[in-house]
Ligand binder design. Structure first.
Ligand code: GLA
Length: 689
């Protein structure tokens, strides 16, 4: 007999007096406003046309050593021949410190580890900006933090322009013409089609950042018109929203000429072999990004050198990037903060609240090597409950019973009000940083509406009564509630990412707070990649997770706001029969998100997000935990860091600051390059050809 047997229908019939009392009781309360905390610098708002254009320039330049060592030696074509017909040109007026000079390195420190280089095949490069620097996407959104609100639309990138058909169902995009991969092979619509047909549409492949066909709308098709033209056909009319999905990380094609021969459709490989065909030791994987991996030492470092075929220039015709090298020290995320503050690293997104006080103290000193600037409260954590009851992740009996609890509103409410959010936030850091987060859209962001936010404050007693009402009582007297009718102890596993102290601290906090409620929550703490795999495959009951950009910007990652497709949600995906067993309020969430995607009317969109927020928070779609600001820490020697660059908004700061335009003035350049005067794949680099 299933000892977890859990018939909530039955429990409903046995409703005790206490539950009636709780239901009559209003569990909602006044949501305190977040403590005042001003962002420390504001962007200068501009139009996209102020930032960049595409055009041919009369002459082009490159670092002198590239000309003398490679071009003059005949191993590399002249720069003008390496650039596309009309390169992307960054405008000087939008560069905070103007035209840059070549040289130096940005020394990143990261907590992740590269699984390999097959990004579109689903391999992680270790995060922290490695993949952002290697991959270029059809459009770009990171820099949108400084674009005027009424002109908000993704920046062109690999797609340099586009137009809609009259009925709005077709979108024709023009790709940059004559651009090349870092090995000199042409970039064409063939790369785009390989990504789409053999990676997105092929359900055996899961591109790293979760692109699925539904990310671009149900029934959407894509075709190549010619080498530099692609055509999208949408069921909806003018769904401009999908332009955001064509940015990082859901539409960044890989090098088809290298990847295709390994793909099962064109080889004898299995999908697993395809995914793993480019291990971290494989050097010089062709990229469209500004830097190429040329050295890898396990648990030590990834070194990247400038891409000699990079297709972006400044107005003087200097080929970008200005920085010759990028380092990624393979350490921990906490060490990234420490090193950036101390000056042995150059960059950090200060995002683990536990490090705030120390980092602030050190950075305030005049001699501090790095500047630290706080932005808005765009880092948030929730407790996500696995809402699939039809087989996603193949739950055993115990897990299935938990899934059924997760799907019960009284249960979710009970968990929510058993969490003391103030205490949880304070346990990370005291002071005006953290704010009570009831879930849903973040306070302080464009679509947030307090009046549409339902808040269930901490109320342990009522939480207990709600669980009693569900028939979850401690029948064997061991302090843990049992499933109804003499069932087993209620045991729930909680997934969290050990790469971040904050994730595990919050998860431990939740576990501790469930104890007085009589629920045994068992830590399932996993290192990043394993955590990702368990999440992707649905093997979790609960998950404490840092939230994505969809809750900050709404327009980026929109499809993830609800289970709009079989694989778009982080905690509710299709079960064994391929369908998502949506709860009624989730179906409403899906309709709301789809309606948002289908309209570009600003007033309508604002109303739809109010509905979304109401449905989300009223139904405790997830249990919001805490929300706080992050700070960008960057060494003072770097120039061209835009004012008000947030660590996280449409994308992470590694994209937002437009690293290919960042430079170090000559008098501040340090001796940081590990492979000076080398190019990827060229003699003298570790990945020598
Ligand atoms: C990790 C880090 C973030 C950011 C991203 C970039 O998630 O925690 O701060 O660097 O990588 O992908």
């Amino acid at each position: 007999m299933r000892k977890h047997a859990m018939a909530l229908g039955g429990a409903g019939l046995m409703l005790g007096v206490s539950l009636m009392a709780v239901q009559a009781q209003d569990l909602t309360g006044e949501l305190p406003d977040p403590p005042a905390f001003a962002a420390q610098s504001e962007p200068v708002f501009v139009s996209i046309s102020d930032i960049l254009e595409y055009k041919a320039l009369p002459e082009y330049h490159e670092p002198a050593w590239v000309t003398s060592k490679y071009v003059d030696a005949g191993t590399l074509p002249p720069v003008a021949e390496r650039l596309p017909k009309e390169p992307m040109v960054y405008k000087t007026a939008n560069m905070p410190d103007g035209t840059g000079v070549y040289g130096d390195t940005m020394r990143h420190v990261i907590g992740g580890r590269p699984e390999g280089w097959n990004y579109i095949g689903g391999q992680s490069q270790g995060w922290g900006g490695i993949d952002i620097g290697m991959s270029e996407c059809l459009t770009r959104t990171g820099p949108l933090f400084e674009v005027k609100a009424d002109e908000l639309s993704p920046l062109p990138n690999l797609a340099k322009s586009w137009e809609w058909s009259e009925d709005g169902h077709e979108l024709t995009m023009h790709l940059i013409e004559g651009a090349k991969w870092s090995d000199g092979e042409p970039f064409t619509s063939d790369d785009v089609m390989f990504y789409w047909n053999d990676n997105v549409l092929d359900s055996n492949v899961s591109p790293l950042n979760g692109a699925t066909p539904e990310t671009f709308g149900p029934g959407t098709t894509l075709e190549a018109v010619d080498d530099y033209t692609i055509k999208w056909t949408f069921q909806e009319s003018r769904p401009e929203q999908y332009l955001y999905a064509m940015a990082y990380g859901t539409f960044c094609p890989g090098p088809a000429h290298i990847l295709r021969p390994e793909h099962p459709n064109y080889s004898d490989n299995t999908y697993e072999q395809y995914k793993n065909a480019f291990p971290p030791e494989y050097m010089n994987i062709p990229v469209m990004g500004a830097w190429v991996p040329v050295e890898y030492r396990p648990d030590d470092i990834v070194v990247m050198r400038r891409n000699p075929y990079y297709w972006k220039v400044d107005e003087a015709g200097n080929q970008l990037p200005y920085l010759n090298e990028m380092h990624y020290r393979l350490s921990t995320w906490a060490d990234r903060d420490v090193q950036a503050v101390a000056g042995s690293g150059d960059f950090s997104n200060l995002e683990q609240a536990e490090s705030f006080v120390e980092a602030l103290k050190r950075s305030a000193e005049d001699t501090a090597p790095a500047r630290l600037q706080f932005g808005a409260r765009t880092i948030g954590y929730t407790l996500e409950m696995n809402l699939s009851a039809n087989g996603w992740g193949e739950p055993d009996d115990r897990a299935q019973s938990v899934r059924e609890l997760n799907r019960n509103l009284d249960f979710r409410k009970a968990i929510s009000i058993a969490v003391d959010r103030q205490r949880l936030g304070d346990s990370l850091v005291r002071g005006p940083f953290t704010a009570i987060y009831p879930g849903g859209l973040y306070a302080g962001t464009a679509y947030y509406d307090k009046a549409s936010t339902t808040y269930y404050p901490y109320n342990l007693e009522a939480a207990g009564e709600l669980l009693d009402g569900l028939g979850l009582t401690d029948t064997d007297g061991n302090g843990i509630r049992n499933f109804p009718e003499g069932g087993d102890d209620v045991e729930i596993t909680l997934l969290a990412n050990t790469d971040y102290g904050t994730d595990t601290s919050l998860a431990e906090g939740v576990i501790a707070m469930m104890e007085p409620l009589g629920l045994r929550v068992i830590a399932n703490f996993q290192q990043g990649t394993a955590r990702d795999d368990m999440q992707e495959s649905g093997q979790f009951d609960w998950h404490v997770r840092r939230q994505g950009s969809e809750l900050v910007s709404v327009v980026q990652g929109t499809a993830a706001l609800a289970p709009t497709g079989p694989r778009t949600s982080y905690f509710h995906r299709a079960g064994t029969d391929g369908s998502v067993d949506l709860l009624p309020f989730e179906a409403e969430l899906v309709d709301t998100v789809n309606a948002f995607i289908n309209t570009s009317d600003a007033a309508e969109r604002a109303e739809l997000m109010k509905t979304y927020q109401k449905l989300y928070t009223e139904n405790v779609y997830t249990v919001g935990l805490t929300q706080y600001p992050g700070a960008l820490i960057i060494n003072k020697r770097f120039a061209n860091i835009p004012a008000g660059a947030p660590i996280f908004m449409f994308n992470w700061a590694e994209d937002n600051i437009i690293r290919e335009r960042v430079y170090v003035p000559e008098d501040k350049q340090g001796d940081h390059e590990l492979h000076p005067e080398t190019l990827p794949g060229a003699p003298g680099s570790d990945g020598a050809m």
